[in-house]
Structure formats: structure tokens, C-alpha cells
Design a protein around this ligand. Structure first.
Ligand code: ADP
Ligand code: GLC
Length: 480
């Protein structure tokens, strides 16, 4: 089987969040299952520069204000890739979606329409040497892909590949004014309630959810949650109608990037049975961040986009529960200004107990996850979440809200779960500071009982969230 993956981020070339970790790992895991995989990405500078063995395979002319669109093939890491060279649309500094001030590019609909339009071209002869059976798009950025492939079939006939759309986050939908619709050059009847119209606007994500043969999302619980009014972001009706083509496949962890045994970026490597290195990582973290050296209270860490989704106001509001008990907290993140300044303010007030680094820093993320005792992921909603999985692998117990993928991957340290030896972290039920604080208190209680802590940590480190398992599930979906 041949699969073309269509996406806008791929680790380690370009990453703004967990999407890149997924697209950086899934194609290789599928290749191990005797499938052929290629990825198609926009020609952002990171991809144009990262592409090895670059070869021009097609020239697609002009489209969406880009002149002379060229498709290069080559390798991004170990994976075969096509990169769309369209400098007018993609050769910009910074983030793939927004300018340096954080404002979304006004021509994003053209930039991502081109990605999906190109997918339809590539599977219809633009590269006559490779014909995928399945095209798998990720998030709204590739939402139009199933629509362009359907439209191609309507215009020209011919056998088309099957399409899969994975929703990594239903909150980001790629919604644009109706006036842009004609520029997309899709059939007029696609722009309706039964199609890609969303309250009078054009929704790229809805196009994918409506036209894809199969829909997936990144955890079983999130697959159920998005079918409810509360968490369906206006699309729950469509998702309920398509529930028999909707699956939740849990993300995995790439051990080449995230395992304490192999991690060259951390102070000392360690494993479940040899934990001295973790102590060294803990001290290294305290030294690096300027936190006071102490080992009597836990260090809480946060590695996160600082957005409303992530529930970090609970951490700010509940900070006293950590500080009054002598705990420490180290934060890495970037995002919304009020959350950034709330954390910066705390760090100024309590320099020996609160450390904040704003911005994106891959090696600091590893330092925190290796050196911390507890990783906080109190998200309001979380499709899957990866940092809690990295926490488990590194023996840094996750403290999470019982929602989405967090609920599917962390088992609370209740007394009965401790006795059954299934506890792996701390889970709070209600999204409020009271419940969150109770979980923080449970973390302190367990920390003071070192046998219990070791047992839970060891259980967490034995969990396996493997891309091999996820890849088998995707393969079943492709086969269907
Ligand atoms: P989301 O995709 O919603 O941001 P995930 O937990 O799925 O959440 O993935 C987040 C990914 O981004 C993880 O790999 C995490 O380590 C990384 N990350 C988040 N913020 C930062 C940051 N400021 N610096 C480095 N890595 C970060
Ligand atoms: C999204 C979600 C996150 C998920 C990631 C990768 O960014 O917010 O929960 O882990 O995609 O699938």
C-alpha cells in the first residue's frame, strides 16, 4: 500500500506543537509495516532547506497568486517527501501560520488551498511514477485535500485514492469569509451545509470532515468528546452523523527523540532500573534555572503552548499550594501575553521557587521533562497531549485534567489504584482550582512517601505508547 501524508509541520524540520511530532514519526512507523510513505509539505524555508537529494519532479504553473509552482522530491530525514516551491506564498520568516507579530497571514486560505490542490495534482499524474492508494491529511491545513480529490473525480473521472483526515485539534478550523470561495475553484455545490459551508463561511476543516472517506482523531476519548455539543466546536452534528467513519487512535512516543536511555540532550541518561541519572538531571535543572538546590519537595514542570486550551490559569491561581509546601516550579512556554506575564511576575517574586523561560526551546523541554518530578498538564481540553506521555517515559509523574487523551493515558494515584499498582500520575476531575489543588496536594503526599513514589514512577516508566501500535491501527483504517 502507498500512502501520501499531507501536512504543514514535520519534526525536526518545523514544529509549533504536537502535530509535528506525529507527522515526524508516523510515516516511518508505517514503513515498518511494509507500506510506502511520502509526505507532501508547503515549501516553507525549513523544508526547502532541509530537503536532501532535491529533484524537480513537476511544474504546476501558476495558482493562488503563486507563479511557476515547482514540486521537488527528496528526503526529509528518512522519509520521502514532496515539497511545494511557491516562494510568493511560503518563503516567509517565522511561524508557518502567522507573521512575526502573531497575526495570521491574510492569504492563509491561498497558502493552504495550494497544499491540498497540489495533493490532488500529485495523485493524478503530476508524478507519474508514484500513485498512492490513500492520501492522509492532517488538521485544517490539509482540510481541502479530500474536496480537491472529489472535485477532480467529478471533472475528469478516473480512479481516485481514498482519503483520511486526522483532527489534531478541532478548535482550529481554518474558517474564511464566503467571498474567498470562488478563488478556491471548487464546484459551487460543495459550498453548502452538506459540504464546507460553516455558518455562511468557508471552513477548511469542515471540508475535510465532510469529504474524507475516513476521519480520525488522536485519542479514543476525544473522538467521543467532539461528538458532543460542548466540545464539538460547532461540528458535533456532522461528527455524530459520520461516527461510523470516525476513529480515535492514540499518538505514540518516538523513543529516538523521547527516551531517557537514549537522550543525548540531558545531563545524564537513565532508565527505569538505573535512576541515579534522574537525580543528576534534577540538580542540573535547578542549577540551570537558578532554583534553590533542594530534594525534600517536588519540582513541578510545564512545557506548553501558553494558550487558553492548556488551563494554565489554574497553575497561576493555585501557585500557593506548591509554594507553601516548599515545592518548586519551572515553566517553558510561549503564547498569550497575559499567561506569559503572570508566570514572569511569579518568577520575579519567588526566584528560588519559580523559574520561567519564555519562547520555544527544544533542549530546555528535554531538560525540564528529565529533571522534573511532576509535569503539569491541566488542559481544559486535550485531543491527545504528548508531554504527559514524555513525562511518563522520563519518570516525571503527570498531573492532568481528566479529559481527552489525558484521561486515556494517565491513571490517578487513588488509594485503590495504588493498592492495585496501576497508578501512574495525578488526575483531577473538575476543571477548577479546587480540584487541581487537591491533585497537587496528592502529589506532595506521595512525594513524602518515597516507596509509593518509586512504585508509581516505575509503573509510569513501564507504560508503552508505541508508534508501532498506532501505525497498525492506521493501517487497519487505510485497509477499510
Ligand atoms: P499541542 O500540540 O497542543 O501543543 P502536545 O502536548 O501534543 O500539545 O505537543 C506539544 C509539543 O510541543 C511537545 O513535543 C512539547 O515538548 C513541545 N513544546 C511545547 N511548547 C514548547 C516550548 N516552548 N519549547 C519547546 N517545545 C515545546
Ligand atoms: C494537537 C493537540 C494535542 C495533540 C497534538 C498531536 O496540537 O492539541 O493534544 O497531542 O495535536 O496530535
Amino acid at each position: 500500500m502507498k500512502i501520501l501524508h499531507v501536512c504543514s509541520e514535520v519534526f525536526p524540520f518545523l514544529k509549533t506543537g504536537g502535530l509535528a511530532d506525529v507527522t515526524g514519526a508516523l510515516p516511518e512507523a508505517l514503513t515498518k509495516l511494509n507500506t510506502e510513505n511520502k509526505i507532501l509539505v508547503p515549501g516553507f524555508p525549513a523544508f526547502m532547506n532541509g530537503l536532501a537529494n532535491k529533484k524537480l519532479v513537476a511544474n504546476l504553473g501558476s495558482k493562488f497568486t503563486a507563479e511557476n509552482i515547482e514540486i521537488y522530491s527528496g528526503k526529509l530525514g528518512n522519509v520521502d517527501a514532496y515539497v511545494i516551491n511557491a516562494p510568493e506564498l511560503y518563503d516567509r520568516v517565522g511561524n508557518p501560520y502567522s507573521d512575526s507579530s502573531g497575526a495570521a497571514y491574510v492569504d492563509n486560505y491561498r497558502r493552504f488551498a495550494l497544499l491540498s490542490w497540489t495533493a490532488a495534482k500529485m495523485v493524478n499524474g503530476a508524478d507519474d511514477t508514484w500513485h498512492p492508494d490513500v492520501v492522509h491529511g492532517h488538521d485544517w491545513h490539509a482540510g481541502l485535500m479530500p474536496a480537491y480529490i472529489k472535485a477532480h473525480a467529478i471533472h475528469y473521472g478516473g480512479k481516485q485514492p481514498k482519503t483520511v483526515l486526522t483532527v489534531h485539534n478541532l478548535a482550529y478550523q481554518g474558517v474564511f469569509p464566503a467571498e474567498i470561495y470562488h478563488e478556491l475553484e471548487l464546484p459551487q455545490h460543495f459550498f453548502g451545509v452538506d459540504g464546507m459551508e460553516f455558518y455562511g463561511q468557508v471552513s477548511f476543516l469542515k471540508a475535510g470532515l465532510f469529504f474524507a472517506d475516513e476521519i480520525t482523531t488522536v485519542s479514543p476519548t476525544y473522538a467521543l468528546e467532539i461528538q458532543t455539543e460542548e466540545q464539538g466546536c460547532g461540528l458535533s452534528g456532522l461528527l455524530r452523523a459520520r461516527h461510523s467513519q470516525l476513529s480515535g487512535v492514540l499518538n505514540g512516543v518516538d523513543p529516538q527523540v523521547w527516551s531517557p536511555e537514549q537522550d543525548n540532550t540531558i545531563a545524564t541518561k537513565y532508565s527505569k532500573n538505573k535512576l541515579d541519572g534522574k537525580k543528576a538531571c534534577r540538580v542540573a535543572l535547578q542549577k540551570y534555572t537558578g532554583l534553590k538546590l533542594q530534594d525534600t519537595s517536588p519540582i513541578f514542570v510545564v512545557v506548553s503552548r501558553l494558550t487558553e486550551q492548556k488551563g494554565l490559569h489554574l497553575v497561576v491561581e493555585g501557585i500557593k499550594t506548591i509554594l507553601e509546601r516548599g515545592g518548586q516550579i519551572a515553566i517553558l512556554g510561549s503564547g498569550e501575553e497575559p499567561i506569559e506575564s503572570a508566570f514572569t511576575h511569579l518568577a520575579k517574586q519567588y526566584p528560588e521557587h519559580v523559574a520561567v523561560q519564555l519562547g520555544y526551546d527544544e533542549s530546555h523541554a528535554h531538560r525540564l521533562i528529565a529533571g522534573g518530578d511532576v509535569i503539569l498538564v491541566p488542559s481544559r481540553f486535550e485531543p491527545c497531549g504528548l508531554t504527559q506521555l514524555y513525562g511518563l517515559a522520563y519518570g516525571t509523574l503527570p498531573l492532568v485534567h481528566r479529559v481527552g487523551g489525558l484521561r486515556d493515558t494517565v491513571t490517578d494515584t487513588s488509594l485503590e489504584n495504588l493498592v492495585d499498582n496501576i497508578a501512574t500520575g495525578f488526575v483531577f476531575n473538575e476543571f477548577n482550582v479546587n480540584d487541581y489543588n487537591q491533585a497537587v496536594k496528592r502529589a506532595f503526599a506521595l512525594y513524602s512517601y518515597s516507596d509509593g513514589w518509586s512504585k508509581v514512577r516505575s509503573k509510569g516508566m513501564s507504560q508503552s505508547f508505541s508508534w508501532d501500535v498506532a501505525a497498525e491501527k492506521y493501517l487497519e483504517i487505510y485497509q477499510r
